[in-house]
Design a protein around this ligand. Sequence first.
Ligand SMILES: Nc1nc2c(ncn2[C@@H]2O[C@H](COP(=O)(O)OP(=O)(O)OP(=O)(O)O)[C@@H](O)[C@H]2O)c(=O)[nH]1
Ligand SMILES: [Mg+2]
Length: 460
Amino acid sequence: MTNSQHLAKDTADTIVALATPSGSGAIAVIRLSGPQAIAITDKVFRGKDLAKQSSHTVHFGTIRDGETIIDEVLVSLFVAPHSYTKENVVEISTHGSKYIIENLIRLLIRGGARAAKPGEFTLRAFMNGGMDLSQAEAVADLIASNSQASHQVAMQQMRGGFSSELRQLREQLIHFASLIELELDFSEEDVEFANREQLRALVYKINSVLSRLIKSFEQGNVLKNGVPVVIAGKPNVGKSTLLNALLNEERAIVSDIAGTTRDTIEDEITIHGIVFRFIDTAGIRHTEDIIEAKGVERTREKMKQAKLVIYLFDPSQSAGEIQHQLDEAASLGMRAVAVMNKTDLVSDEQKQELSSLPLNYISARDKQGIEELKDEILEKVNLHHINTDDVMVTNIRHVEALRHTEEALNRVLAGIEDPVTSDFLAMDIKQALYYLGEITGTVTTDDLLENIFSKFCIGK
Ligand SMILES: Nc1nc2c(ncn2[C@@H]2O[C@H](COP(=O)(O)OP(=O)(O)OP(=O)(O)O)[C@@H](O)[C@H]2O)c(=O)[nH]1
Ligand SMILES: [Mg+2]
């Protein structure tokens, strides 16, 4: 992959971009970063000589193209290294007109700035040592966060999260790596500089941190991306009606014709700070209709990916049939909530018959029992007890690096138990160091950086 031409590691340029969303608004902020940020702004700004002002000050003035006034603006100054990127940074607050924004950026480019690439400000912050790689990634997560939980885990990671813990452990491992390298230099003499007992103890310590972090991913991931919950059941039991009741809007078409929903329909709601993604599905039944059959197939796929399945029943189903369904779900190891819909139609006699089953009773149409169902869902996914202040891994790249580190360290342990020569031990320790370093960005490749920063928006 040679799209790293996209990656702008050259920090000699001064870059410029709109930092606020595009379109018109009350205020827009245009940001410059780089050695010439202040000088370039000075060329078009009338009010004060910005080069003579101190850092962290704001100045009122006009932006001019020749003698034409483009706008009255406020200019904020951040002098290197006291800025987001550690470079000179200027933020120009203008009136939020597309015309003004375009003209101002054009003027600044004419003055010597270059249009920034996606994520380039944050890339510079990383390259200039303002933050490590996992913190830079957390900036993107923070911007994307849409719930209390996703906000909290992103904020925690941006503020350092597990980076410093991993860095410390890595330092200690480096110490052993260098001792073992030394043994290689004296390989004729069969000496051991690296105390194997201490090395073993360190590897155990690191592994316990790794397994805690790896375990946290399952929860961290759903806190960040939302909990997928599938609503499943036979045609016509009221799945789409339930989706609408949960979302409190008419999202899916409801009708008394079995097979109304043929594709999956998804939408999100937040319950107590946690995002749930509810997925309405085509009811599972045998069908000759090709489109409906495709929908049924998709239902099965979605059920596999779901964190929780709501099994919806209606009073036309017998206790035996319901029990059978629930047993099947349990045998597949799926986390499930069993719900009887249309309680308005359930007779007393039926209630008696169903009493042994662990059912939640609702009427989706009349919005009865919906809040209780939400509580039950929250209880079942067991996420509301999580302390989002705990260090949590939310990024698939990080968890993969952690797993690779763990594998390499297990080989180190095996090599101590069943003594291998120092060079093998050194190789496995190096591998572990490599993967650990990948998380914080001590070790990087252009492809990795490209991959991460190209996903940012321009201006960040
Ligand atoms: N009496 C009663 N009828 C309900 C209730 N909830 C839904 N219905 C009715 O049940 C019928 C089917 O509802 P849908 O939501 O379309 O059912 P579905 O499970 O999505 O059906 P398919 O998409 O065909 O699989 C509609 O006529 C709804 O009005 C309820 O609580 N009580
Ligand atoms: Mg439906």
